[in-house]
Design a protein around this ligand. Structure first.
Ligand SMILES: Nc1ncnc2c1ncn2[C@@H]1O[C@H](COP(=O)(O)OP(=O)(O)OP(=O)(O)O)[C@@H](O)[C@H]1O
Length: 236
């Protein structure tokens, strides 16, 4: 589904690489947790997978199609359509009612407002926010706002959802509910989920754990499986 090979990225002026040669294969229907200490490169890896950052070296393929390298329109489109992103703080637009925010990825893709609104309403319904479609995120609880962010990541039906500490700002019960929702929404569509997390409970909900240290996948992490049943050849 999603395949990264030999990814490297050094931020300008940095002494060492934030991501220093990561290989990662995510299978369809798989939930992968990326864990590791602060600063080890988890978010950078996720942003490389999403195409938010362009690697200095290495490749990212989604369903066999290259997403990495210099960004042609075709690649940008493949990324936009194929990947959904959930940020730690949701990154919702404070001025926009939930439905307008969830419509954004569809409008960027040229879908007409009326159809975009219909699909955004359905996505909000599916995350249990059918009653709050016109509420602004500033008037929502943290868990509700994060559900809006999940609806926005899923509304264009991506193959892969990448989530950067989606429960980081939430209390435990709300975080568990949000993670359950994310996993079930992605699984219901046969998609894959990569979730960066510091939270043991979130990592335990994954099929497999990839532990990073100093910009690389630690050997123990490559073997690790949250469920105790490693999937062969998923991380090399
Ligand atoms: N925009 C940036 N410019 C320069 N250096 C950066 C930038 N973003 C991250 N870094 C550095 O790259 C390294 C990896 O950072 P990254 O945010 O990927 O780690 P992380 O594992 O996600 O950390 P955390 O768990 O604290 O979010 C760190 O040393 C960090 O200081």
């Amino acid at each position: 589904m999603l395949e990264a090979h030999a990814l490297h990225l050094t931020y300008p002026g940095a002494e060492r690489a934030a991501v220093a040669g990561v290989d990662l294969v995510v299978e369809p229907d798989e939930v992968v947790a990326v864990t590791g200490p602060s600063g080890c490169g988890k978010s950078t890896l996720l942003h490389l997978l999403a195409g938010v950052l362009v690697p200095d070296a290495g490749t990212v393929h989604l369903r066999g199609r290259s997403l990495s390298g210099s960004s042609s329109d075709g690649r940008a489109l493949a990324r936009r359509r194929g990947i959904g992103m959930v940020f730690q703080d949701g990154r919702l637009v404070p001025e926009l009612p939930a439905v307008e925010d969830v419509m954004l990825p569809l409008l960027v893709d040229g879908i007409r407002r009326r159809e975009a609104r219909r699909r955004a309403m359905a996505a909000l319904e599916s995350v249990g926010l059918g009653e709050l479609t016109v509420r602004r995120p500033t008037k929502m609880s943290g868990g509700q706002a994060q559900r809006v962010a999940i609806a926005r990541a899923l509304v264009h039906e991506p193959s892969v959802v990448l989530a950067d500490e989606p429960t980081g700002a939430l209390d435990r019960a709300t975080g568990t509910a949000v993670m359950d929702l994310l996993v079930s929404s992605v699984r219901a569509r046969g998609g894959a989920l990569v979730v960066v997390t510091h939270d043991e409970q979130v990592a335990a909900a994954a099929d497999r754990r990839v532990a990073m240290l100093d910009g690389v996948v630690s050997p123990a992490g490559a073997q690790g499986s949250a469920s105790g049943a490693p999937r062969a050849a998923s991380v090399r």
